[in-house]
Design a binder for this molecule. Structure first.
Ligand SMILES: Cc1cc2nc3c(=O)[nH]c(=O)nc-3n(C[C@H](O)[C@H](O)[C@H](O)COP(=O)(O)O)c2cc1C
Length: 185
């Protein structure tokens, strides 16, 4: 028997995106965002409450970066999801993060988070909270690379379990994508 859980914004796995921006005075900010995903080849869509300082920042600067939260940084990544720069303007610094300006968009990359999308704002609708951003570049620190590939033994992105309100690491590789299903062709 299937149990109905109701109309809720639940899926597995959910991302743990770190959305980073500069305030108008140049102070970096970052927030945690679980509701969002890739919406086209060079586009990301996020659902962001209009009350967040992040939203004011990205509207003013027309840019943001999206880094993946990691197992090593889970405490600061959660912290930036429960504290607003509207109340604590130096929350980025309090989290222990260090910013390096993206060379391509007017937004900070986070030195402690090695994989990030650099994005320009395409649109933001304050009624729905839907933000669409153009992915201008994806950058990764060489410390997590094996040649041209991301090496998941060196990079540990986490996922969000909204039902149980937790963060989890990724599991083992179990099969080849675009490949293992061929057994049924
Ligand atoms: C696990 C987690 C997921 C979150 N996902 C979202 C989200 O998808 N959209 C959103 O608007 N806020 C989300 N938040 C809340 C913001 O991160 C939070 O309100 C933050 O303090 C906003 O910071 P800012 O005001 O400095 O931009 C999430 C928080 C946590 C802890």
């Amino acid at each position: 028997m299937r149990i109905s859980l109701g109309a809720k914004p639940l899926c597995y796995p959910q991302n743990v995106f770190m959305v980073a921006t500069y305030a108008e005075d140049g102070t970096p900010d970052v927030m945690n965002a679980a509701w969002g995903g890739i919406s086209d080849f060079q586009q990301i869509c996020l659902c962001l409450s209009a009350s967040h300082k992040t939203v004011a920042n990205l509207i003013a600067r027309q840019a943001f970066t999206v880094s993946m939260a990691t197992a090593e940084t889970v405490i600061p990544c959660d912290y930036v999801g429960i504290e607003s720069a509207n109340d604590v303007p130096n929350k980025f610094e309090k989290a222990g993060f260090h910013a390096t300006k993206s060379e391509l968009v007017d937004a900070p990359l986070i030195d402690e988070l090695p994989f990030a999308l650099e994005c320009k704002v395409q649109s933001y609708d304050p009624k729905t909270g839907l933000l669409f951003g153009e992915i201008v570049n994806v950058s990764a620190d060489e410390s997590i690379m094996d040649g041209n590939n991301i090496d998941l033994s060196k990079f540990h992105p986490i996922v969000f379990d909204a039902v149980n309100s937790g963060y989890l690491t990724l599991g083992e590789r179990i099969a080849d994508a675009f490949g293992c299903g061929a057994a049924l062709k």
